[in-house]
Design a protein around this ligand. Sequence first.
Ligand SMILES: Nc1ncnc2c1ncn2[C@@H]1O[C@H](COP(=O)(O)OP(=O)(O)OP(=O)(O)O)[C@@H](O)[C@H]1O
Length: 835
Amino acid sequence: MDKDSMLTHILQSEGPASLLGGQSPVTVINGSQHISPLTSGGPEARGPDGEADSGRPSLDSAIRTALSEGTKTVVLEGPDGSGKTTALQRLVVGWARGRNLQNFSFVFHFGLGRLNSLGGALSLEALMLRHHGHLLPGSVPQLLQDPEGVLFVFDDLDQWRHSLDPSALPHLCSDPGEEAPVSRLVAGLLHGSLLRGASFLVATRPAEGQKFPSGARLQVLGFLKPQREAYMEGFFSADPAAATTARRHMESTLGFYDICTSPRFCWTVCSVYKSLMDAGAKLPETLTQLYVEILARLIQSLQLNEARSRALVSALGKMASHCLLHQHSSCTKEEMDSFGFGQDLASVGVFLRVDGDGPVFSFHSQPMLEFNLATSFLLDASAAEGVEELLERHRGRADFLDVFLTGLSEPAQRRPLEAPLGELDPGRVADFARWFRSSSEATLKGRHKDQHRRRFHLLLQTQNESLVKEVAAASAQTGIGYGDPTLRDCVALNYVFSCIGEMELLNLYRTRDLTEEQAKALAPAMSLCRKINLSDSSLSPGAVPHLASALSGGLTEELDLSHVRLGEEEFRRLCEGLRNCKLRVLKLLACELTEAVCGDLASALTSGAAQLREMDVRFNPIGDRGFVKLCKALQSPLCRLQELKLQKCELTAASMEALMSDRCLLTELDLSLNNLGQEGALLLCHALRRPGCPIEKLSLSRCELTPPVFRELSSALRGGTSRLKSLVVGLNAVGDEGVKPLWEAVAHPNCVHEDLDVEMTGLTDECARDLCAALRAGGALRSLELRNNSLTDASVPALVRAAQDSDSMQEMNLQYNDISEDVFDVMDECGKIRY
Ligand SMILES: Nc1ncnc2c1ncn2[C@@H]1O[C@H](COP(=O)(O)OP(=O)(O)OP(=O)(O)O)[C@@H](O)[C@H]1O
């Protein structure tokens, strides 16, 4: 086959660039703006925002690899404008220029949309000669001899109007000389009955239930952030400053929409931005404003009068609704006539893609389709349908309809469109605004997080701060969880929270991967929230500096990062944010923190500006060395920490000496589940006895305590200087004799003890007499935790009476003792008993 002729054949297909359609593939291929789109093996490989890491293969190389490794059918699947046609044509051009796919002797490229209208019967050979006029008739029998050397490239499978399901076809062609309708020829080729051994490269937009052809599927991801940046730099190569402005603007106002992965959308955005920048005009702040600008330009380019322009938009709206409702990507001439295009059908090429001789008409992109529908709805006062009916009718089929209606209902956003079209219908706009306000208030009063998110997207589209405040402020206190947001959600959430101002809570519980971009988008909202809950989440390293900077100088007083695993470096970055912030409560439960990070934490605690009062580091293996570092902070007059939870932190007696200093302000300390043993606990008791020791609540559950420790604790409580009001010493099996000194303390007039927990300490009926005597002595005890001991029915009457007679006692818990139903009545007599 003459590759030069093939090259000329392909290069002839060049057409002019259009605002919505983009540049012709040939211009892209030959120009400097070509950027390789990316692919992934399957849709599941996409991240939550549709964005993926740039370590993915380029589409071109993935196709080449698949075809050179013997895959017979490769199907490219990607949304409109994702670069499928361009990629296919680039490969064919590369083949003709001898650069790739050289394992094929023949490559045939067909647009299936154009083949649709081919009537009558013809042979495969005739089809090839007809569509590849450069082919020498004598070469066809040669290629039929060697199917292995043939590659068919089929573009636009989504436009193919014939079935490929073999069960729906009478019989598949197998003879290249046999004349058959084109639908059977294509089916025969793709199912391998015709020219068995040939290879196929097929491109299609994703279509519901599309099973055929089977083969290796490559998802076309289009442009992710780095490709977009490169594309924009290429587009504005003559003016690097404009490139930076355009890139930053697009990333901050549109970069979070999935459609930004479409190279065609990038072309449209760049084209609009360029002309706005050249005219010194403002760039669009919302997706609606962008499409307002596009539609206004397209209408103006036709130079129609206002009435005809309105009629044209109305016809486009009818076509859009038809395509959505019937799931058609394209419409025939007859259908177009029924929408009322009339004489303007000849001009629709600026708005629509027109294919084949038939011809068929389709929108270049889904957002443009939905924008036309939204505009025509607000334009046309005559239609009986209200906004709710419109949305209901297109539910599940339209992604942007409500977004565009919301944007268009704001006068400032729709203004440029009203120049060529005249005013949108004031009654319709007012109806929409009424519906939007009331449905927003109702939605935000509910607790469905997805509905909230959707509403935030709409509120973002209004760019109307006072409206957002009025509508959303009432829901600000609900504390609803917005975990696992997409980038788009983050941007919308941030906008709404920022409009409202101070918020009680930003609940992002269980966010699977908070990316750098998401955290950056959310940072302003974070800094306005008094509480941030990120527990059970994972944060990418790049997200942490944004969290830290939101804390620093922000209003946040409570941060929950429980079960979040941060690397040492990330934790260090977080601590930088802690040095100068309003945070009073920091929850770091089970974050796998080690000694290595305790120095950073300690230095944040003593920064002077830090306000931290409560810190929960339970279930982190910081060990004695880590704890000693924290203790240094506790000794500093700059440290304001009052409550410290260190349950199960692998502490031993070795670090207890470091704990107490005269300066320490701790009022609450939880050391449970650490193996302090007698030695460690006695050191602690020593500190408790010191005059002025501020500890009011001490938890030493399961710390391997011994009877001498209980004696020392009792003595500290009776000493007259202790402020201890709550003591938890459960799960230390010292038995009746071991606990006894605590009863003496409870009875002592110096003791201010209010809550005592002696769960599972091995108590039996032997203790009842001392315990009751202690309660009767009239101390301050309010609650007594006696769960999981061995008290029996015999002790119950005395305990009940003692509890009843005590003025201070509010609750005595006897659950999980050896108490039988026989004494339930007795216990029921006293409301203070739990069993
Ligand atoms: N690799 C690329 N580099 C630069 N621009 C590109 C690239 N691919 C596509 N484009 C731009 O995007 C436009 C649309 O591309 P293309 O027609 O290849 O998409 P498509 O996926 O085939 O779309 P459709 O599904 O609508 O047929 C092109 O006209 C061009 O402006």
